[in-house]
Every structure is written in structure tokens, then in C-alpha cells.
Design a protein around this ligand. Structure first.
Ligand code: SF4
Ligand code: SF4
Length: 370
């Protein structure tokens, strides 16, 4: 394959003798290290993740990257192309608590993960640890059961084919001094007569727990109602249904994060908080384990496949893939300022410090290559 980079997009472009991509360029690889030359490659320079000049090959989507793009295009650019990520220890306490609950539940169901290491890596404060511990010990005391045979963290692998009509887009890129029409290149390369440009689109992710005909999603939240509203889970769960036609329903195992406050009169120790949470959960389990059923010793809310508009989820992916390509062609990942202070209700965007100062602080952020 010849060089298809738009070299005008990157001032660090460094040509290679064989006129392949760039000396910093690294092809994307599959799980067996096979080269995926149909996918946008990576940059080996430490400052960024994806090659910003590789604007003709698609970047695989996941539910979370689509949410990133639709929430703010500039957020997608920072997090998925440059690869900026908030260091674990600087994440908000709600995210840390969710991560801890997720880990504890996976370990309870047989996964081999170090809970201690998660607490250390994320620097989770003792009071949050005490609350999640109290919740988990109440979970065990209640004798909560799940069906056996579920696969933990099963891979979501949805393949779609996006087909653009020739007249829809006529992208032109600058390769060296030459302006090249990408349609011409593609058509010559493929030696095809039809006037369409097709490219594969891979949507990836993970089911928390997957069975042959259903899957379960674990959530710990201060606002459980967010995960029980079909509109809020349409995109994620719809993707999971689309990826496997055998799935008939899903169970949202949503848990209320304990809202108990520390005493104002005297200092509350983590051990006291643990005990209070444990007692409170046991005294009213249905408040914490949404959909709790004393007879079956289970909780969660069931949603059936036909409650999701799968055709719309598929079309949404296809259009978003096109929108992303177009933003990569123009380089115009515009910011959505309405989201800066309100990425989720009441929660500011974690990239705000970067957008305010124009600098990426090495104390708070890191570049994640994967
Ligand atoms: S972004 Fe692409 S063109 Fe720029 S230095 Fe990296 S690999 Fe080379
Ligand atoms: S701070 Fe605002 S503009 Fe910047 S990435 Fe977040 S939402 Fe987008």
C-alpha cells in the first residue's frame, strides 16, 4: 500500500525511503499481532496516540468513543486521537467507587484481579473503600445469587460496513506538494468500477457478564435511575444486542451507591462508616439492590431485545463514522462549550483544565497509547 497520509496535517511527518507512511508510523495490529492496514495507524512519538495525518482509514468505534464524539468533538480528539487521559488517582470519587465495585464483583464471580492493586492505583480514599466494602459484605450476607456459566468481560465484536456514495464526499488530501483525490486512489487501487467507497467499521467493547441468550451489566451509581431509563442505555445495550443475534434480553444489575454522610458532631472512622453501610443495606436491601427479590435472592431489571431500536443504533454508528471521517479530513473537531461544566448532570468535563489553559499538565494527565 502506498503512502496515504495527508502530510500537511502533521509538522513532524518524516518520510521513509520506500515512500511508506512515516518513520514514526506504526500499523495497527490485531490480537495475534497481525497487521491491520485497513485501520488508522498509531504514532510512536510520545506526545500522541493515533497518526493525525492518516485520515483515510477508519478508527474502530466503541460505545464509549461514540459517546465521547457525540458529547464534544474536541473531547474525542483529545482522548481518542491524542490519547489524553486523566491519571487514575485524579479521577472523580464516583468513578473510583464504580471501578472498585466492578472489580470486587468480578473477583466474587471468579476473576483473578487484585483488589488491593486497584485501590492503590486509583488511590481510592478510605471512606469510599469502607462504603463499597459494607455494600459487598451485605451482598454476601443477603446470599445474592447469579446464574452459573456466565463469561466475565466477554468481548463485543460488531462489524459493520459503511458504504459512501461517490457523490457524497470528494475528499482531497495533500501528499507532499501534490493534491490527491482520494476517490481516484481508492478506485485505482481496488480496480473496481462501482462508484462507492466501502470501509469496514469495527465496534468493540465488553459485556460485564454474558450467557448464551442474555447478558448482565453491573452498575454502581449515586443516580441509579440513569441506568434504568431505556433512552440512557439505548446506545450501549443496543450495541451489545446488535453484536449477537442470539441475545434475547439483558439484566441491568444496578446498585445505589451509599449516600450516608459522616457525622458532624464527631469524626467518623472508615470502620464506623463500613458498619453503618452494612446495617443500612441489610435493613432495606431493595433501596440498594434495585429490583431485589427476597424469594429468588436476585436483583436487577430486565429489558428485552425488542425494546431497543437496533436499526437506529446501527444507522447511528454508520453516520457517526462518516462524521468522524469528515472531522478528520477537515481537522475541525470543534468544541461543544455547553458540555464543559456539565458533561454529565452537575459534573464538569475532566478536560476542562486543558481547554482553559491550552496546556496538558503532566501531573494530572497522561498519554495512553492503548
Ligand atoms: S502523527 Fe503521523 S505523520 Fe505525524 S509524526 Fe506521527 S506518524 Fe508521522
Ligand atoms: S472542556 Fe469543553 S470543549 Fe474541552 S473537551 Fe471538555 S467539553 Fe469539550
Amino acid at each position: 500500500m502506498r503512502n496515504l497520509l495527508d502530510t500537511s496535517k502533521c509538522k513532524y511527518f518524516s518520510p521513509t525511503f520506500d515512500n511508506r507512511e512515516c518513520s514514526y508510523y506504526k500499523y495497527s495490529e490485531g490480537e495475534g499481532f497481525e497487521q491491520r492496514d485497513w485501520e488508522c495507524g498509531f504514532c510512536t512519538r510520545p506526545e500522541q496516540k493515533r497518526c493525525i495525518a492518516d485520515i483515510t482509514r477508519p478508527i474502530p468505534l466503541s460505545h464509549s468513543s461514540v459517546e465521547a464524539f457525540t458529547s464534544c468533538h474536541y473531547y474525542y480528539y483529545l482522548t481518542r486521537i491524542i490519547g489524553v487521559s486523566v491519571k487514575n488517582e485524579f479521577l472523580g470519587s464516583a468513578l473510583k467507587a464504580g471501578k472498585l465495585w466492578d472489580t470486587i464483583k468480578q473477583v466474587h464471580l471468579g476473576a483473578s484481579i487484585s483488589i488491593k492493586k486497584v485501590i492503590e492505583d486509583y488511590q481510592i480514599d478510605p471512606m469510599t473503600v469502607a462504603k463499597v466494602r459494607g455494600l459487598y459484605h451485605a451482598y454476601k450476607e443477603l446470599g445474592i445469587e447469579v446464574d452459573e456459566g456466565g463469561e466475565l468481560q466477554a468481548k463485543v465484536d460488531l462489524k459493520l460496513n459503511v458504504k459512501l456514495g461517490k457523490n457524497d464526499f470528494m475528499p482531497t488530501v495533500n501528499v507532499g506538494k501534490e493534491a490527491i483525490n482520494l476517490w481516484a486512489i481508492r478506485e485505482t487501487q481496488k480496480e473496481q468500477d462501482e462508484h462507492y467507497w466501502e470501509f469496514p467499521l469495527q465496534v468493540t467493547g465488553f459485556y460485564d457478564r454474558k450467557y448464551p441468550t442474555y447478558f448482565c451489566e453491573d452498575k454502581l451509581s449515586s443516580r441509579p435511575e440513569n441506568y434504568l431509563d431505556i433512552f440512557q442505555i439505548q446506545s450501549q445495550n443496543g450495541t451489545y444486542f446488535l453484536a449477537d443475534p442470539n441475545l434475547e434480553y439483558c439484566i441491568m444489575e444496578v446498585v445505589q451507591f451509599p449516600q450516608l454522610r459522616e457525622s458532624k458532631k464527631k469524626e467518623t472512622t472508615p470502620e464506623e462508616m463500613y458498619k453503618r453501610v452494612f446495617d443500612d443495606v441489610l435493613s432495606r436491601p431493595s433501596k440498594y439492590f434495585i429490583g431485589w427479590n427476597k424469594e429468588t435472592r436476585r436483583y436487577g431489571k430486565k429489558y428485552y431485545r425488542n425494546e431497543f431500536n437496533l436499526e437506529m443504533v446501527r444507522k447511528r454508528y454508520e453516520q457517526i463514522a462518516v462524521d468522524m471521517m469528515s472531522a478528520r479530513w477537515t481537522g475541525n473537531f470543534y468544541p461543544d462549550w455547553k458540555r464543559c461544566s456539565n458533561k454529565f448532570p452537575g459534573i464538569p468535563c475532566e478536560m476542562k483544565a486543558i481547554c482553559t489553559t491550552g496546556c496538558i499538565s503532566e501531573t494530572m494527565y497522561e498519554i495512553k497509547k492503548n
